[in-house]
Design a protein. Structure first.
Lengths: 144, 147
């Protein structure tokens, strides 16, 4: 699956309706927005825009949504006169749990042990660097 | 999954980013659920801190308190359980390592319980390593990583 990059966003040609990747990024954040976009069914994507299926059309989409990376995006009603954020708010998504999990995880800041144990205000790095020498008979003894 | 040996835990708690453990963390990038510490290591560190001199001891007590609190919050502390004791009993305890030169002197039962924890959980032991540990790794399923 091609990874959509924000730098590659292009206006769709001849597509007046739909949700742009840019709008998704504004609403969900860059990582989750891109991950979500990439997990929408290719057939619903036009360049960097998602053109949702209708409610009626989505009935046949449940089976496809069972497959990872083919989440269905359903836009209820007519979309022509509405702005993108309004369409996005009213839209529905049918997606496999694996897709949902990937989007949620993409939105999370990755855990960093280095950062967790970096010196910080009120807790400076140790002035000494003790070495725990493997000691004799069951003890580790502190080496000065 | 990784189990930090005691020295690596102490280096982590010491927050001194020049220590090799920090370079290893940058390379391995373990997640919050990938890295563990034996409760035995916490005991060894607490013991070592009490042997320090005054000023050093005070700073290390605080570093230890904060470090321990954080890894407990993350659920990264491993207690000694039946599976660990089984490995210790069958492969590492007492005379099991008597034929490895230096093991009797250098590896106490607390160290062996840490090794048993890594084996029982099938975690790689992140340790500075030495000849004894290498020999233990050769005769058991222990995986050793030197940061």
């Amino acid at each position: 699956m091609a990874i959509a990059e924000k730098s590659n966003i292009k206006e769709p040609t001849g597509q007046g309706e739909g949700i742009s990747l840019e709008t998704l990024i504004d609403r969900l954040g860059p990582n989750a927005g891109i991950e979500f976009f990439n997990r929408i069914d290719q057939e619903l994507r036009r360049g960097a825009t998602i053109v949702g299926s209708t409610v009626r059309g989505s009935r046949g989409g449940f089976a496809r949504a069972h497959t990872t990376g083919q989440a269905q995006f359903v836009t209820p009603g007519r979309t022509g006169s509405r702005d993108a954020s309004e369409i996005l708010s009213d839209s529905l998504v049918i997606m496999k749990m694996d897709d949902f999990e990937a989007v949620v995880k993409a939105a999370q800041k990755p855990f960093d042990w280095r950062q967790e144990f970096a010196p910080r205000a009120g807790l400076a790095a140790a002035a000494s660097k003790p070495v725990l020498k493997r000691g004799s008979r069951g003890r580790r003894q502190l080496q000065a | 999954m990784y189990l930090l040996d005691t020295q690596q835990v102490m280096d982590l708690f010491g927050r001194n980013e020049e220590k090799p453990i920090f370079a290893w963390l940058e390379t391995a990038k373990p997640t919050d659920t990938d890295l563990f510490v034996s409760v035995v290591s916490l005991g060894q560190i607490a013991h070592a801190i009490e042997a320090m001199n005054g000023g050093q001891r005070n700073q290390w007590r605080r570093l230890f308190q904060e470090g321990r609190r954080r890894i407990e919050e993350l659920g990264s502390v491993i207690d000694i359980d039946g599976a660990i004791v089984d490995v210790w009993q069958s492969d590492l305890r007492g005379d099991h390592l008597a034929d490895i030169d230096g093991a009797e002197e250098d590896y106490g039962e607390d160290d062996r319980l840490i090794i048993a924890t890594a084996i029982a959980r099938n975690y790689a032991l992140v340790s500075e390593g030495d000849r004894v540990l290498t020999e233990i790794a050769e005769r058991t399923t222990l995986t050793l990583i030197e940061p």
